[in-house]
Design a protein around this ligand. Structure first.
Ligand code: FE
Length: 139
């Protein structure tokens, strides 16, 4: 069990941008094709914008055509938690950061093989740490 980051709503408000706060703490969804990462192909690691926990690797990111950054799998299974979300009148699976319980997005079962899963995330719930340039010849 991960150690949880617990802050008051006031502390989160101070720590996050208004957009980040709305998504991570109030479970808002950014408009499709509006976020900063929906078409990003830069290599790196996507971390939680709330607590910095590494969540997704760029090599699992793919263009799902939906306008949100989409991934086939989290970096580590325990980086995320899921729960049932019936807020819009149908059943969806909400994805949360396992460390700060921030709302990240939803996961759907219409992704590419082999996993068939599409982690449909909000750009403002994530922070891309670009892969460092290195001179080693390991490619
Ligand atoms: Fe987090």
């Amino acid at each position: 069990m991960k150690e949880k980051i617990v802050k008051t709503e006031e502390e989160w408000r101070c720590a996050l941008s208004p957009e980040e706060y709305e998504i991570l703490r109030e479970k808002a969804t950014e408009a499709p094709f509006s976020g900063k990462y929906w078409d990003t192909t830069e290599p790196g690691i996507y971390k939680c914008a709330g607590c910095g926990q590494p969540l997704f690797k760029s090599d699992t990111k793919y263009d799902a055509g939906c306008g949100w950054p989409s991934f086939t799998a989290p970096m580590e299974p325990d980086a995320i938690e899921t729960q049932v979300d019936t807020s819009i009148g149908r059943v969806r699976t909400e994805v949360l950061c396992s460390k700060c319980s921030g709302h990240l997005g939803h996961v759907f079962n219409d992704g590419p093989s082999p996993t068939g899963t599409r982690f449909c995330m909000n750009s403002d719930a994530l922070k891309l740490e670009p892969k460092k340039e290195d001179n080693t010849n390991d490619s």
